[in-house]
Design a protein around this ligand. Structure first.
Ligand code: CDP
Length: 240
């Protein structure tokens, strides 16, 4: 078993469909364990925002690929422990949290050149920091050797209710039906795309958050991760 001196960075992958609680849970886990939180969905959302601003058809692979040559997407940590999403150095953190951008992100995320560029960036971050990275393809494609892989899920009804509440808190006028439609669209689109689709990695632990509050799920995951980290650092026998 590796010990702490010769171990590379620790990588925790959290995947799952929209509204399963990935972001809220991952942020808290990252704060608790002192890891860097990497929100890969925000990167796809930022690319979608730029395409929309430039009036590019979201299925137009060639034009979007060209656009990427002059596009930078970054996550910048802030003093309060949060992060800003920077698109060409502009803070777009709030602008990307709309239903339209979520739908558009799912469309641009089917384009291979978009995924290749963002995945390269995501792997670079994970090479230098201990990360909790959330997304759709982290355990299956971005970080296939992640030390811990969790797949968070919940019923469509529960996920839609959660997302609807979040959007209401942000002052959005979106209806529950619109939210549910977007989630259904993205579930199908994200799972059926050819390149790096949403899937449960072979060695991932599936956690269903339907019957639990997010707080209960966070406590459960802290326990799971704590045990795994202990094993990684000190060997399985130390935990017996
Ligand atoms: O927060 P929510 O789960 O609703 O979405 P998100 O994580 O911000 O991701 C927005 C969209 O980006 C998803 O519907 C996916 O189409 C895409 N995405 C992806 O393809 N791969 C990732 N690793 C993360 C997001």
């Amino acid at each position: 078993m590796e010990n702490v001196e010769n171990m590379q960075t620790i990588k925790i992958a959290i995947d799952g469909p929209a509204g399963a609680g990935k972001t809220t849970i991952s942020k808290e886990l990252a704060r608790f364990f002192g890891f860097l939180y990497v929100d890969t969905g925000a990167m796809y959302r930022a690319v979608a925002l730029k395409a929309i601003r430039n009036h590019i058809n979201l299925n137009d692979e060639d034009t979007i690929t060209d656009m990427l040559e002059t596009t930078s997407v970054n996550l910048k940590s802030t003093a309060d422990g949060g992060y800003q999403v920077l698109l060409d150095d502009e803070d777009v953190s709030s602008l990307i949290r709309t239903l339209d951008i979520a739908t558009a992100a799912s469309q641009v995320a089917t384009i291979q050149s978009v995924r290749i560029k963002l995945v390269e960036f995501q792997r670079k971050i994970a090479a230098t920091d201990n990360v909790i990275m959330d997304g759709r393809d982290i355990g299956s494609y971005v970080l296939p050797h992640a030390n811990i892989k969790i797949f968070l899920t919940a019923t469509i009804e529960d996920r839609a209710v959660r997302r609807f509440k979040e959007l209401q808190e942000r002052g959005s006028a979106t209806t529950f039906e619109q939210v549910k439609r977007d989630i259904k669209f993205r579930d199908k689109n994200d799972s059926s795309r050819a390149f790096a689709p949403l899937m449960v990695a072979r060695d991932a632990m599936v956690v269903d958050t339907s019957d639990n509050s997010l707080d209960t799920s966070i406590e459960l995951l802290k326990e799971i991760i704590r045990e795994k980290l202990y094993e990684l650092l000190y060997g399985a026998e130390a935990n017996a």
